[in-house]
Structure formats: C-alpha cells, structure tokens
Design a binder for this molecule. Structure first.
Ligand code: CU
Length: 272
C-alpha cells in the first residue's frame, strides 16, 4: 500500500536512497497532518455551541504564536538536514563491485567535474544517452576511430553489466526529452546543447522499464526505454556482437553506395 505512494526503487542504490528519504519525510508529514487535523477536530467538537451563543473574543497570544512559528521553522530545519545528509549517497556513484565488469581507470576517458560525478576510483562504464524524436540512442565506449566514431550503439534498449557502476551522459539532438527509469534513480532532462549526468549500479540481472518523461512531440508516447542488466561476460559478448553487426551494416551500406555511384555517376550521390 505504502509502495503505491512512494517512489519506485530496488534497481540501484540511488533509487533506494531517494525512496527511503521520501518515506522518512512522508512519516514526518503524516505525524504533523494527524496532529493538526486532530487538533482541529478536537476544537470543533469540544467547543461546539448552539445557534445564538456568543463566541469568546481572544486577541493575540504571544507564547502560542512564537511557539508555532519556531516549531514550524524547526521542522523545516530537520527536513533540510535530513535531505542534505542523504544527498551524497544519491548523487555520488560508488565503486563497482567485485563481480562487475573489469574497467580501465576513467573508462571512456571521462573526467570528473562539478556536474559529472565519478566513483572514488574513477572507474565507471560511461554510456551516452541521446534523446531524439522519438527514440533513445545509447552509445557505449569502444570507438574504433580517434574522433569517437565507430563506437557501438543501440536504440531503445540499453544493455549493461551487473554490479558495475554505469555513469550516463545525457544529451538531446532536437528538443528537450527526459530520461527516467524510475527503479534506477531520479529523472534527468536531455537538453539540446547541454549535458546532464547521472549513474546507476544494478546488482541483479533484470529488465528495468521507463519512458521519455517530458512531452516532446506527437510520438512522445512511443518513446520508451528499457535497461537490461546482464552478467558482465554476457555484456561483453553482446557488445562484441553489436559491434560486429554495425560494421556489417556499414559495409553493406558502403557497397550499396558504390553500386549507386557506378550506376549514376558520383555527382548525383552527394547525400546517400
Ligand atoms: Cu521525448
């Protein structure tokens, strides 16, 4: 029942921390709600009077007024302290586990910055998440050329290794989209010309579902996303196969271009 009112979690430590912070604050809010509404009901019943009765005229009560002002301020301070105490475990990625993918330091040559958080040992699997109307693209490390081209990619479904810290570099190429897999943490906007960063670390294999969380056009409803977590060995095999398939498709496209060029003359194949 409570789960219906609280954030989804269970996929990644940051989502679990968001969920537990939410629950603590919800309980505090419930206690205050019950106290305030209880006091109101008590006053309504205890001091009810028949028509025509003259109400007592009370003007000011300094102690009471100072009391509820200071009390409310203290509640806000407590909520703020609690939130800031939890924030680092939500924002800062931990190291990968022992069972995770073996990563080179700085995997993908990314550097930490104020926005981009890296694990303490600076090793993460960095995946670019690119929003476009109306599909998510994921670009994995492993570019075959120095300019970053030739990196393996996939659409709609992201495949990741378990027990491995995955950092995301979120971008958009057309309009603003929003990346959100609720069980894996908070929502992040994908904004053209800007990068947003988040992370997750999945302990057990499974499928995590989400979808673009910002109305981005008429195809928005179909802009779904899944994250499939598999054991590291399976991930490596999948990535190698993905690379293979992409290079085969590239070779086929190249052959088709050559054929077209031969048939029509190079000048007419400017934008194949
Ligand atoms: Cu979208």
């Amino acid at each position: 029942m409570l789960a219906f009112f609280t954030p989804q979690s269970g996929g990644s430590p940051n989502a679990n921390q968001i969920d537990s912070l939410y629950k603590v604050e919800l309980v505090i809010a419930l206690v205050i709600f019950v106290a305030v509404e209880g006091g109101l009901l008590y006053a309504l019943i205890r001091f009810r009077a028949r028509k025509g009765a003259v109400a007592a005229q009370i003007r000011g009560n300094t102690r009471l007024e100072v009391g509820w002002t200071v009390g409310a301020a203290l509640i806000l301070v407590a909520l703020a302290v609690l939130t800031f105490a939890k924030l680092s475990s939500i924002e800062d990625p931990p190291n990968s586990g022992a069972e995770g993918l073996q990563l080179a330091s700085g995997g993908g040559a990314q550097l930490a910055s104020i926005e981009r958080k890296l694990p303490p040992n600076a090793k993460s699997l960095n995946i670019h998440v690119i929003g476009r109307q109306y599909i998510w693209q994921y670009v994995y490390p492993g570019a075959s050329e120095p300019d970053g081209l030739g990196a393996p990619y996939s659409y709609e479904q992201m495949v990741v290794p378990t027990d491995t810290t995955v950092t995301l570099d979120i971008q958009a190429v057309d309009v603003v989209h929003s990346w959100w897999i609720p069980e894996l943490g908070g929502k992040f906007q994908a904004v053209p010309g800007y990068h947003n960063y988040t992370w997750f670390k999945i302990s057990k294999p499974g499928l995590y579902r989400g979808q673009c969380a910002l109305l981005c056009g008429r195809g928005h409803a179909r802009m779904i996303a899944t994250v499939k977590a598999v054991p590291p060995a399976e991930f490596e095999a999948w990535l190698a196969q993905q690379k293979q398939l992409l290079s085969e498709a590239d070779a086929q496209a190249k052959a088709a271009r050559e054929k077209l060029k031969a048939q029509t003359g190079a000048a007419q194949v400017e934008n194949p």
